[in-house]
Design a protein around this ligand. Structure first.
Ligand code: BDR
Ligand code: CA
Length: 312
């Protein structure tokens, strides 16, 4: 199985991504989960991560807390989307497992140094603060990363927190800029892809009908996140963002896109955090990111439901 670290700010959609990964031990070896500030503050996100690990029954997975705020900017959160706990919807019990003592950034550095070069993939579901801090603290790790697969950004679909920017990149654009330039293979699952895997009524019903605790929790989480997005987008269902990262690792053929230059806007207040993607190769700037523009929604939900069936 492929070794991965999940860096996350759970978040209902982060929670579904974590469950999908933990339900796939034959393909994915989750070395650890690291929380970052994003949807809500760090302490709450870290507690949410523990709750999800517990729900999955995989209490052997270590959970770490990383950075409590972005590199340069004050933290912007998204309670308006995720609820005041970040994980509103199901009533999950308080975790019985505890956070590891080690700082999440040090866990990332130590793991990349200890494991074989290019054997560990970083999966990021939130702002890129922890990954950028690890790269700043230990530049030697860049060449040891197998791949960084990120949910973030948008190009044709533009923004969801401002007209120009997607939330994860907007919250810590300086961190995103460091990651985009780090030299490791990068894959981006932007809003362009995530807005194609909509949580329609039949799909929510199918998740609820799985019949286990994980399926019931996922259905209830996604019902909660729908309330905001359905009104906002007037669509048949809300976009499902972070699980695309894990689905990409399990079945890359669900997604299509191309290698192109992606850079982050840092200077403009109006377009701060915009992921400027040279999708049509109109410049000869370095092609640093595989930018996934579309997704096969039927195949995606088929995979999600099949895997969640394996959980308690
Ligand atoms: C991203 O922002 C967060 O609110 C979601 O969890 C997802 O990672 C979507 O823009
Ligand atoms: Ca997230």
């Amino acid at each position: 199985p492929r070794k991965i670290i999940i860096d996350t700010d759970p978040g209902q959609d982060d929670a579904v991504a974590i469950l999908l990964a933990l339900a796939s031990p034959e393909d994915l070896n989750v070395l650890g989960i690291v929380a970052v500030a994003g949807n809500v503050g760090l302490a709450q996100n870290a507690e949410n991560a523990l709750k999800i690990v517990e729900l999955s029954g995989r209490t052997d997975i270590p959970v770490y807390a990383g950075c409590a705020r972005p590199m340069r900017r004050p933290l912007v959160t998204a309670e308006h989307v995720h609820g005041e706990t970040g994980l509103n919807g199901p009533d999950l019990p308080s975790p019985t497992i505890a956070l590891e003592d080690q700082h999440g950034v040090d866990f990332i550095i130590e793991t990349l140094r200890q494991e074989e070069p290019e054997s560990v993939t970083l999966c990021t579901l939130g702002p890129l603060t922890n990954i950028a801090m690890a790269l700043v603290k230990a530049p030697d790790i860049a060449s040891r990363i197998a791949e960084i697969v990120m949910m973030g950004g948008a190009y044709f679909e533009v923004g969801n927190i401002t007209p120009a920017a997607e939330f994860n990149i907007f919250v810590d654009p300086e961190a995103a800029d460091i990651v985009m330039r780090c030299g490791a293979p990068l894959t981006l699952l932007p809003l362009d892809a995530t807005h194609q895997v909509l949580t329609t009524r039949p799909r929510l019903d199918a998740l609820a009908a799985i019949g286990n605790a994980a399926g019931a929790a996922v259905a209830s989480m996604l019902e909660f996140s729908e309330r905001f997005d359905l009104e906002k987008y007037q669509s048949q269902g809300a976009p499902l963002h972070d699980p695309t990262v894990i689905a990409y690792l399990l079945q890359p053929e669900i997604f299509s896109g191309r290698l192109c230059n992606v850079e982050i806007e840092l200077a403009s207040e109006l377009t701060r955090g915009m992921t400027v993607a040279d999708y049509w190769h109109v410049t000869d700037r370095h092609k640093n990111v595989t930018f996934m523009r579309s997704a096969d929604a039927e195949a995606f939900y088929c995979l999600l439901i099949e895997k969640l069936k394996k959980l308690p």
